[in-house]
Write a protein that binds this ligand. Structure first.
Ligand code: A2P
Length: 356
């Protein structure tokens, strides 16, 4: 007989378990005591035979395959868009709810795109898949939503300083190897990223799409509008890859209809969920990626009046791309669903789950 006093626990699968975000998902499930009754680790056939450890147990990594989602309640996916497109429909069919880190379903109107600090209620409208937004978008949304709530933001101009981690574990390794090689006087050939990143930087390496913007920049535009439910929001982004291992930074210019009092902005952000205000003007100390690394909060600071516009406000942020920018946000969505057992079985709705 079921003991109703026992907290319910869930059968979880991580798709992309061997990657940079996958390994962080594993770590967070463990350290946040997510109620896991069984864990399945999935990756490509390249990783078959590998093992990973969870709560002191050694778990084999399996190649994703037909039928592997049977009996799974929650899939945390971070294995790229084509893998999600290929496999998540099967997960939906099997009755699991997938939280997907890839861009595959983010703009599908039937798929919620969720940042728990901003639009938690959207998660409950899922039909089997919930999308986790792009990393730079999550960090921006967490930082500007509290201000937007008080005075609507009319225009956002953002420049990003994105670490190697955004391109995965292999890109992080490439940056380390490259830096070592350059210091030894060698000229390494980049293999994961298109250009040398050590001692260099370059505009984001995602494909150029409309009007000279790259995909990463357009993700920030379209995803922020969807998360904020603000289709008219004007946003322009310049995304740049910088030789930082992990944690992205962003220079953000916000324009409002009327001046936003700086002390008020500071007060709002110092109490905002998911935000930590980091400002010491005397010592010129503000958010830095090395201090954002391994932290849950988005570090925000350098809040100042834009001297070029009376209704403009400038701020600077750093946030752990792998954590809040990906794995933590996904786990927080899962926590939202399991709190109060809002993890409905979507299988009966699977025919309408994936319209695009
Ligand atoms: P694998 O390690 O077997 O290649 P990252 O973003 O750090 O590069 O990680 C990507 C993750 O996605 C890895 O776990 C990787 O597994 C997994 N992955 C990549 N391609 C596939 C695929 N076709 N099927 C399943 N998993 C994949």
């Amino acid at each position: 007989m079921e003991d109703n006093n026992l907290p319910k626990s869930y059968r979880v699968a991580i798709l992309g378990a061997t990657g940079a975000v996958g390994t962080e998902l594993l770590k967070l499930l463990e350290c946040r005591n997510f109620p896991v009754s069984a864990l399945k680790l999935l990756a490509s056939p390249r990783s078959s035979g590998r093992t990973l450890s969870f709560n002191g147990e050694t778990i084999p990594v399996e190649a994703v395959s037909d039928g592997c989602f049977q009996g799974i309640d929650i899939v945390l996916a971070s294995a790229g868009g084509s893998t999600s497109r290929a496999w998540l429909p099967q997960a939906v069919e099997a009755g699991a709810v997938s939280i997907d880190n890839s861009s595959a379903f983010r703009l599908d109107p039937s798929v919620p795109l969720v940042v728990p600090e901003v639009n938690p209620e959207a998660a409950f409208g899922h039909r089997g898949i919930i999308a986790n937004p792009n990393c730079t978008t999550i960090l921006l949304a967490v930082a500007i939503w509290p201000l937007h709530q008080v005075q609507p933001v009319r225009r956002v101009v953002v420049s990003t300083y994105q670490s190697a981690s955004g391109a995965g574990a292999r890109a992080m390794e490439e940056l380390k190897v490259q830096a070592r090689a350059i210091l030894e006087g060698k000229t390494p050939t980049p293999e994961v990223l298109p250009y040398p990143l050590a001692f260099n930087l370059f505009p984001h390496n995602s494909p150029i799409v409309d009007g000279g913007y790259c995909e990463e920049e357009m993700k920030m535009v379209n995803e922020t509008r969807k998360i904020f439910d603000a289709p008219e929001l004007r946003l322009t982004a310049t995304c740049v890859r910088v030789p930082v291992l992990r944690a992205h930074s962003e220079a953000v210019n916000l324009e409002f209809d009327r001046p936003f009092e700086i002390d008020r902005a500071r007060e709002i952000l110092s109490g905002a969920p998911g935000v930590k205000l980091v400002e010491n003007w005397q010592s010129n100390y503000f958010p830095m990626p090395i201090e954002a690394t391994d932290r849950d909060e988005v570090l925000v600071g350098r809040i100042r009046q834009d001297i070029s516009h009376p209704c403009g406000l400038e701020l600077w942020l750093s946030g752990d791309q792998i954590r809040k920018g990906a794995a933590l946000n996904a786990i927080e969505i899962a926590e939202l669903l399991v709190s109060g057992d809002r993890l409905s079985n979507p299988a009966s709705m699977s025919s309408t789950a994936l319209k695009s």
